[in-house]
Design a protein around this ligand. Structure first.
Ligand code: CDT
Length: 313
């Protein structure tokens, strides 16, 4: 019997700095309802889906900074999302800034959770690849201070049995790194969910930044194909507090093909019928890891610094 996950990506338009959590959660609930009405089992929200993308500012007041983080999940303001999921019988992926008290200190992570159709958290992930800087960069109209406001995630890349398959999570910049998908691929991942906030001026080099949309899809399509997995990438997009961000949320098959893509720069739900067994076909043939990977070769270390010298003439 085919293993189908009817999945949705709930792209989000800008969240203004002044928008309350209550209003943002209302937008998420609305999209959750639409995803359910269109037959979805699971809806993927974006990275830091509850607030504006605050790492674009230097925030020196600790109370102000703390106000962007969740100290509990669900908390009073996010509970409606869990209640609605339970009522509708739909799961969700949600990204948010997490403030934890661990090892006797305050710790900050860029986090996502996977919630099942009963409203229970089944998995939690903390972003590993943090882009940007710890110190404000002179001359930039928008900062990208993720390295200041978060620690690298300490959970690694786990996978979870849920929704009839093997599910994985990562967040935004993680999607550009092959290791992200491969570590989950080695655990048999069948669907990777992720959210992203990608400003068009993110490298500061016009030639590279002009390829932002291409690199967005390239990373996710390669990750899907090379690891025989579905990938669902959900953007926060549009012009948020003057920062122009990439949209193009996509649902990508294990073939690497985009089978659903957002067309707007606003809140928009896209859906697809994802057959998890499609990944099996790739895993049993071209990407049969047990048969064709060569881990010993990957471990070989050349003890010389730099590349091999050219052969002697
Ligand atoms: N949020 C996030 O990770 N954004 C990065 C771009 C910023 S790099 C300064 C991304 O990889 O899309």
């Amino acid at each position: 019997m085919a293993r189908i996950v009817n999945a949705a990506a709930a792209q989000m338009g800008p969240i203004a700095k002044s928008e309350t959590r209550k209003d943002t959660v209302r937008r998420l609930v609305e999209m959750m309802r639409e995803a359910k009405a269109r037959g979805s089992d699971l809806v993927v929200f974006t990275e830091m889906a509850l607030t504006t993308f605050f790492p674009r500012w230097l925030i020196e007041d600790e109370a102000e900074l703390d106000s962007y983080y969740e100290t509990e999940m669900p908390g009073p303001q996010t509970q409606p999302l869990f209640d609605e999921a339970k009522k509708l019988g739909i799961g969700f992926y949600l990204g948010y800034a997490e403030l934890a008290h661990e090892d006797g200190r305050k710790r900050r992570f860029n986090t996502s959770i996977l919630v099942d159709r009963s409203g229970n958290i089944v998995g939690k992930y903390r972003k590993v690849h943090l882009p940007g800087h710890a110190e404000p960069q002179p001359g930039r109209t928008h900062q990208h201070l993720e390295k200041r406001y978060f620690e690298p995630g300490n959970f690694g890349f786990k996978v979870w049995r849920a929704f009839g398959g093997v599910m994985g999570m990562c967040i935004c910049n993680d999607r550009r790194w092959p290791e992200t998908y491969r570590v989950m691929g080695l655990q048999g991942v069948e669907m990777v969910m992720l959210g992203y906030n990608t400003p068009y001026d993110h490298t500061g080099h016009k030639d590279i930044d002009s390829l932002t949309q291409f690199h967005n899809h390239l990373s996710m399509q390669a990750g899907a194909y090379q690891n025989a997995t579905w990938v669902i990438g959900t953007a926060k997009c549009g012009v948020e507090e003057g920062s122009n961000m990439c949209a193009q949320s996509a649902i990508i098959a294990p073939s690497g093909e985009i089978i659903a893509q957002a067309v707007s720069l606003e809140d928009e739900v896209i859906t697809a019928r994802c057959d998890l067994d499609l990944g099996q076909r790739y895993r049993q043939t071209i990407f049969n890891f047990a048969k064709h990977r060569e881990p010993e070769a990957y471990r070989l270390i050349v003890e010389r610094k730099g590349a091999e010298p050219p052969p002697e003439a």
